[in-house]
Design a protein around this ligand. Structure first.
Ligand code: SAH
Ligand code: SF4
Ligand code: F3S
Length: 477
């Protein structure tokens, strides 16, 4: 969509027209500056955190390219944007470290700008710190007003000073803005924003706001356009996709949405994340069992195997309920690959609680698991819980858990050795340019001999050797 914009006309009040107006306006400034310095202005968006942020970064890139910026490596870009994450403390530390390194570059390049956005900016303490100690930052905005990026860039150009615009929450979803996809053949698609679950350790509901679902028609329309543009695999994104549609005026279930997406001709693969166990319905399990497009992979974060800890985490399921859910899924979708997230060292976690987690890992036998050391997030209920577990105890549990998770994943992965599976070729292999890398339905990668023209196509690949967490294979002719 690109409504006719005449800059002499009044500034449109409605979105997205207003943003297209500002895109044109920003373009005039950028063109003028490029002429002044006799070269194009360049940008780099660096993403921290989850797939939500990755998708948001594509929207930022789309806007920047429309404005006339060209993409470049971070160390030479005139406009560096960090799209930040704050789910664990170390995510914040990394951003401050990188910012410190940008400062001397900015004093050398008079055209350089630094933008910060994303989840970390939704924390008032962070913004205070930036105002006080990082005055060289040009633009600070949050997760709710990312669609206003062009308007904020214009404010920065016109004011010449630090522009800060953070909203506490929003009930608005702005559709039809530009975006620049990283891959031509696959794409993330937001189906909902925010989270209402308030797991007691988690900061996401505070920085991403209340749960809002996009209208099914808008999602379908977006996917249809993506397919017309060459996309064959979509990843539906939400913090808790299983509660999709509950807050819409005409409620729709996630399973019903999937059935509609399945009908889109030309679309080959559907993935989604993340699923909260408490909302995973029998209807969804049934749809997964009968679908030809939904990949046989489910990311089902367990967080802990101890029912006591799960209660303190506000997760709304017990160890037994989780295991029963896994049983039902495996029965309906044989061979499905299961992955998970686990937190070690939640306040009050005893050795017995930890043993329960190991027990779940051994019983479910995950294809892979992301393991995290509990990180205290100010403002969450868990941060003020007593009995924070000492660092060395947590580290010891973390190492034991990782060992168990990895040895099981290796065994699970080797089960498929020798089989032939369909892979979507994503890239030339990082390690060997005679190989290409393809993604299997179960989300694992296979490297096999092939040329770059295979990128974006599907190949039947024999998995000749399992390397633990990926395969070496050969294409079947
Ligand atoms: N919405 C998703 C998860 C988003 S955050 C879900 O509910 O599954 C991704 C993962 O980060 C979580 O699953 C959790 O395992 C981890 N995480 C969240 N907060 C954390 C914290 N304070 N400390 C350590 N890990 C955390
Ligand atoms: Fe965080 Fe829980 Fe929401 Fe996931 S479901 S984002 S862990 S509060
Ligand atoms: Fe991080 Fe925000 Fe995602 S806090 S994990 S980037 S939703």
């Amino acid at each position: 969509m690109n409504p006719d914009i005449s800059l002499s006309s009044e500034i449109p009040e409605t979105e997205p027209q207003r943003q297209y107006y500002y895109i044109e306006k920003a373009k005039q400034y950028v063109t003028e500056k490029a002429r002044e310095i006799a070269r194009p202005l360049t940008f780099c968006v660096t993403t921290f955190g989850c797939q939500m942020n990755a998708r948001d970064s594509e929207k930022l890139r789309g806007i920047l390219e429309r404005i006339g910026y060209e993409e470049a490596a971070e160390d030479e870009a005139d406009f560096v944007i960090y799209n930040t994450c704050t789910v664990r403390e170390n995510a914040n530390t990394r951003v401050y470290g990188r910012l410190g390194q940008l400062k001397p570059r900015k004093s050398r390049n008079p055209h350089m700008m630094i933008g910060l956005c994303g989840c970390m900016m939704q924390e008032p303490e962070v913004v205070e710190k930036l105002k006080k100690s990082y005055r060289f930052v040009d633009l600070v905005f949050g997760t709710h007003n990312i669609y206003k990026f062009a308007e904020l860039i214009v404010s920065r150009f016109e004011s010449g000073g630090m522009v800060i615009d953070i909203w506490k929450d929003t009930d608005k979803i702005v559709e039809d803005l530009p975006n620049e996809r990283k891959y031509s053949f696959k794409s993330g698609v937001n189906i909902m924003f925010g989270c209402n679950n308030f797991c007691s350790y988690c900061i996401v509901p505070y920085v991403r706001g209340r749960e809002r679902s996009r209208a099914p028609e808008a999602i379908i329309r977006e996917i249809e356009h993506l397919v017309e543009d060459g996309v064959t695999e979509v990843m539906l994104l939400g913090q808790n996709v299983n509660s999709y549609g509950k807050t819409l005026d005409t409620p729709v279930t996630f399973a019903a949405l999937l059935k509609e997406i399945e009908k889109i001709e030309g679309l080959e693969r559907i993935r989604f994340m993340t699923s909260h166990p408490k909302d995973l319905s029998d209807e969804l399990i049934e749809v997964m069992g009968s679908s030809h497009k939904i990949c046989r992979h489910l990311h089902l974060p367990v967080q802990s195997g101890s029912t006591d800890i799960l209660k303190k985490m506000n997760r709304h399921y017990t160890k037994e309920q989780y295991l029963e859910l896994v049983r039902k899924i495996r029965e309906a979708v044989p061979g499905i690959s299961l992955t998970t997230d686990i937190i070690v060292g939640f306040p009050g976690e005893t050795e017995e609680d930890f043993q329960e987690t190991l027990d779940v890992v051994r019983r479910v036998r995950y294809d892979s698991a992301f393991t995290f050391i509990y990180s205290k997030r100010t403002g969450t209920p868990a941060a003020v819980m007593e009995e924070q577990v000492p660092g060395e105890v947590v580290k010891d549990r973390f190492d034991r858990l990782l060992g168990e998770v990895q040895s099981i994943a290796r065994e699970v992965c080797s089960v498929h050795e020798g089989s032939v599976q369909r892979a979507l070729v994503e890239s030339v292999s990082d390690h060997d340019s005679t190989l290409v890398t393809g993604r299997l339905g179960n989300n694992l990668l296979v490297h096999f001999p092939g040329s770059p023209d295979l990128i974006g196509t599907y190949a039947d690949v024999e998995l000749t050797e399992c390397k633990g967490f990926y395969y070496i294979g050969k294409a079947c002719r």
